[in-house]
Design a protein around this ligand. Structure first.
Ligand SMILES: [Zn+2]
Length: 360
């Protein structure tokens, strides 16, 4: 395993040329409004009711619980682990924010309902006027993107942040797919480079699918170390992007909880010895759950809690700010499993969901 340290002569050279694309991108990130100031009473758990997607009934045509994000928060609030008024509501990512990573031509391609229908894998979306696709599909996604970008700032200030959404790891600067229309992970990291004085980021992608979007975006960027644990027998079969993974851990269909967690322990140990990050981006997809029709792995609900706990412990013990994104996993049971895992993190004192200014 090659030891990587944050040094990218390519990026430094590009930034030195005035008026080039790098400068324009930098200025866009610097003038963004997404980095909200967090008032002390808030906890770094990010969610908005506008995350939840509705295709006017068409969501039933996709094997997705497209309201899982709201259900996670409702469980946490109903069970007294989270005060609703302490949740951080992000802003929606604006076009200038998206252009920090995306090309103008890619964003224009989303003006075609047909293109969006292919990306979200709901064919009837192709028949909707684009204004409805904007309102009911793309705008909720952009709100989640705003949450992911903001999460890095909050993680740096508070040590951790959870965006109860995001994790669109199949989307790269120029191509969407697999329900991912915007590259929120790449955006979050580019904003962190520009605004947070961070120069080394580790992506720990434990969604069942390979994270080919961020892999393509950071293919030659030595500031980013990618640990990806995925099932190689399912979508997206992106063999080119696999070359850009620093630590590839393949978990075959049918992998059990114990086998999975043993591989994760080993992988985290290798990662710790290979790279020294200033920020960890944890893509915590729950499509590794037993019974998930897409992930085809056999991880138990408790296994998910243990997995998340291992990653949080890894980051917190080393004092590395951690961003968690919920990513894939849209079975009806996923929201409950994610809420239970967040409760476990709180009970193990790996996160603190109490308001810092005390209770009323
Ligand atoms: Zn997935």
């Amino acid at each position: 395993m090659e030891t990587l340290r944050g040094d990218s002569s390519k990026t430094t050279a590009a930034a030195a040329v005035p008026g080039n694309d790098e400068d324009i991108r930098r200025n866009r990130a610097l003038s963004s409004k997404l980095y909200l100031e967090l008032i002390p009473s808030k906890v770094p758990l990010i969610y908005s009711s506008s995350y939840d997607i509705a295709f006017m009934g068409m969501e039933k045509l996709h094997p997705f619980d497209s309201s899982k994000w709201g259900r996670i928060c409702r469980f946490l609030v109903a069970e007294g682990f989270l005060d609703k008024k302490n949740i951080v509501e992000p802003l929606e990512a604006a076009k200038d924010d998206l252009l920090v990573v995306h090309s103008e031509s890619y964003l224009n391609s989303l003006k075609s309902s047909l293109n969006v229908s292919v990306i979200v894998e709901v064919p009837p979306v192709a028949l909707l006027p684009n204004c409805l696709v904007e309102k009911h599909v793309l705008s909720p996604f952009r709100k989640q993107v705003g949450g992911t970008i903001l999460a890095a700032k909050l993680a740096k200030e508070r040590g951790w942040a959870i965006n109860v959404g995001g994790g669109f790891h199949h989307c790269s600067a120029d191509k969407g797919g697999g329900f991912c229309a915007y590259a929120d992970i790449s955006l979050c990291i580019q904003f962190a480079f520009i605004r947070l004085n961070i120069s080394r980021v580790m992506i720990i992608d434990l969604d069942a699918h390979q994270g080919n979007g961020h892999e393509k975006d950071f293919s030659s960027d030595r500031r980013v170390y990618i640990l990806d644990m995925y099932n190689p027998g399912i979508y997206p079969f992106d063999y080119e992007a696999r070359r850009y993974i620093n630590q590839k851990v393949e978990v075959a269909s049918g992998t059990t909880t114990n086998e999975y967690l043993a591989k994760l322990d080993q992988a985290l140990e290798v990662a710790a010895g290979s790279f020294d990050p200033e920020l960890i981006l944890y893509n915590a997809g729950t499509d590794i759950l037993d019974g998930d029709p897409l992930g085809r792995l056999k991880i138990s609900p408790d296994g998910i809690s243990i997995r998340d706990e291992k990653v949080f412990r890894f980051a917190r013990e080393r004092n590395i700010p951690l961003v968690m994104l919920t990513s894939g996993g849209y079975m009806k049971s996923s929201a409950r499993v994610i809420a239970d895992s967040i409760i476990n993190l709180s009970q193990k004192s790996l996160i603190n969901m109490e308001s810092t200014t005390g209770k009323i």
